[in-house]
Design a protein around this ligand. Structure first.
Ligand SMILES: *[C@@H]1O[C@H](CO)[C@@H](O)[C@H](O)[C@H]1NC(C)=O
Ligand SMILES: *[C@@H]1O[C@H](CO)[C@@H](O)[C@H](O)[C@H]1NC(C)=O
Ligand SMILES: *[C@@H]1O[C@H](CO)[C@@H](O)[C@H](O)[C@H]1NC(C)=O
Ligand SMILES: *[C@@H]1O[C@H](CO)[C@@H](O)[C@H](O)[C@H]1NC(C)=O
Length: 342
């Protein structure tokens, strides 16, 4: 066993770690032995993909298992200058181990700055669902109450707040066009400027990073299985997560269904979104396939997840989380001003 530990600490790569986990699980007949590693985990959470639920769970788990949960107060900055990257990586690396660092931030390459590459985890979701969830959340808030949206976006103009989703899409408003629709991939591609250009380069690099640096990228549509796999792969962080998640006492964890009014875009508008988000879908399908492979490998039954005939955008699930108000949000106000000045 110690030879394997040594082997894995030398080979800090994801296939190596997964092989090791599989080995240990087989050795102990699936009984969850506490694995002493990895002890550096980063959850660079994607906005509106269940992260608020997961962070709430992590707060409970960090007390239970005594790991160091490091959360960031910065919610509106996903890309960093080189110096900022260096600073942040230095800061994270000095955190007491085992740590779990979480922030809405595009992938950080620790080894580029001479740091130990941590193990990454993340969760994504159907790109159009994510987009719509954010569109309406920004305007009308969520289950936390009617007033929430006023606190969230007090400066949003009425014209923008009540901007019809179809108009936004069909009239090519920036909020409903690229590059703003190219949202998920940069979290996996990284800090390189090309990571934010919708295209093959960013897509391929994101896939490569998923393979090399992410222990698990789950999909929100199968959140319980994501939690189950996290429990298996990172027991010293996630042991017991599913029972906490299902515990009626923590109802709020599962009580985040959207109560705000939402309108489904017209089929025509949805088709346009699909086209504009072609790379996002390629990535999502790739991740989903990898996730299903992992589930099978670790003996989880795959729920028959045939693609729905109609896109199920508003399946009531505990989905809603903060979206980072990223720098781009600033542009919003500007283009709106321009439009309404005319
Ligand atoms: C580094 O982390 C500490 C807390 O862990 C925080 O107070 C400080 O602001 C961080 N500095 C940077 C540059 O992120
Ligand atoms: C990370 O940095 C290392 C060292 O500079 C480099 O070899 C590797 O390709 C980088 N990976 C990504 C995904 O940027
Ligand atoms: C969810 O929370 C709201 C507000 O806290 C509460 O009114 C509602 O009954 C809860 N719903 C469920 C299903 O627990
Ligand atoms: C991010 O938010 C902080 C306060 O929450 C604000 O001071 C800062 O200007 C914001 N930065 C950007 C780039 O929006």
């Amino acid at each position: 066993l110690s030879i394997f530990l040594w082997y894995c600490s030398l080979n800090r790569n994801i296939p190596g770690i997964l092989t090791f986990i599989e080995f240990v699980l087989n050795l102990f007949g699936g009984e969850n032995k506490v694995l002493p590693f990895p002890s550096q985990v980063v959850y660079n959470r994607v906005g509106k993909c269940g992260s608020r639920t997961v962070v709430l769970l992590l707060r409970i788990l960090s007390e239970k298992h005594g790991f160091n949960l490091v959360t960031s107060d910065i919610h509106n900055k996903t890309r960093l200058t080189k110096n900022e990257q260096m600073e942040l990586i230095k800061n994270i690396s000095t955190a007491e181990q085992p740590y779990l660092f979480t922030r809405h931030v595009h992938f950080l390459n620790f080894s580029r700055f001479g740091g130990d590459q941590p193990v990454y985890i993340n969760i994504i979701r159907d790109p159009v669902s994510r987009f719509l969830s954010n569109y309406f959340f920004r305007r009308f808030g969520d289950w936390r109450g009617e007033q929430n949206h006023m606190i969230r976006t007090p400066s949003m103009r009425q014209e923008e707040r009540y901007l019809d989703i179809n108009e936004c899409i069909l009239e090519n408003y920036p909020e409903c066009s690229n590059p703003r629709l190219f949202y998920i991939i940069p979290y996996f591609c990284g800090q390189h400027p090309r990571c934010r250009e919708p295209g093959e380069w960013a897509l391929e690099r994101a896939k490569l990073n998923v393979n090399e640096n992410f222990l698990l990228v789950g999909i929100l549509e199968e959140l319980e299985d994501v939690l189950l796999l996290l429990e298996r792969f990172l027991p010293h962080y996630f042991k017991g997560v599913l029972s906490i998640y299902k515990d009626p006492e923590h109802r709020k964890l599962g009580n985040m269904t959207v109560t705000v009014k939402k309108t489904v875009p017209s089929p025509e508008a949805v088709q346009i979104l699909y086209q504009r988000m072609k790379y996002e879908y390629e990535f999502y399908h790739y991740v989903r396939e990898q996730f299903h492979l992992l589930k099978r490998k670790f003996g989880l039954k795959s729920r028959a997840s045939r693609p729905p005939l109609r896109p199920q955008f508003f399946i009531p699930t505990p989905l809603e989380t903060e979206e980072p108000m990223d720098d781009e949000e600033q542009d919003d106000e500007k283009w709106l001003e321009d439009i309404y000045k005319r």
